[in-house]
Design a protein around this ligand. Structure first.
Ligand code: COA
Length: 160
């Protein structure tokens, strides 16, 4: 049986931390569906299609990675795609409580669904998309935070 996992997130924009999770998941699973979803508590900077395009370019060398977008509940999307595993990145203890709540809520909504956590490397533990947005929009150097092939595009958008 083919093992597929969904990696959900806002990816506003994708960072080297996300890419590390995608690469690790792509080694463990036959297929990784990176799903750009809506977090209703956030107002995005990049449009869904911009975020998907950035993710597509950052993962172009990974044959078993698919980039997709979905507007509803993650639990529903997993059911629709016939997938029973989600992967999430854990950066620090502070992520844990929120991720734990989401994992339980998703399982209540879709009892088939298991959440698997991949821990970030210590050198990327501090990273988040909002940090990239803030530093980039103020003219700071984000080259250590985002994939090199996306750097100029992300900077251009953030400085607009
Ligand atoms: N490296 C770098 N940054 C990381 C990271 C990693 N390994 N893992 C997480 N982050 C960052 C994210 O970029 C994000 O940064 P930001 O707050 O600056 O945007 C932050 O850590 C939180 O990440 P995450 O917990 O994955 O939140 P998210 O907003 O990216 O994604 C969704 C949350 C979209 C998956 C969630 O809201 C969802 O499932 N929405 C669909 C609707 C739904 O089903 N809701 C009910 C959920 S129970």
């Amino acid at each position: 049986m083919k093992r597929t996992v969904i990696y959900p997130g806002s990816f506003d924009p994708v960072t080297l931390g996300h890419l590390q999770v995608i690469r690790r998941a792509a080694r463990m699973f036959d297929k990784v569906i990176v799903a750009v979803l809506i977090n209703s508590s956030k107002t995005p900077t990049f449009t869904v299609s911009e975020r998907m395009e950035l993710l597509r370019d950052a993962t172009a060398d990974l044959e078993n990675v698919e980039i997709s977008g979905f507007e509803g509940l993650l639990a529903e999307y997993a059911r629709e795609r016939n997938v029973t595993a989600i992967v999430k990145g854990l950066r620090a203890v502070s992520d844990f409580e929120y991720e734990f709540q989401m994992a339980i809520a998703n399982k209540k909504l879709n009892p088939e669904l298991e959440t698997i956590f991949i821990t970030a490397d210590s050198d990327l533990m501090y990273l988040s998309s909002s940090m990239v947005r803030e530093i980039g929009s103020m003219g700071g150097d984000i080259s250590n935070f985002v994939p090199a092939c996306l750097h100029d595009r992300i900077v251009r958008k953030l400085r607009k």
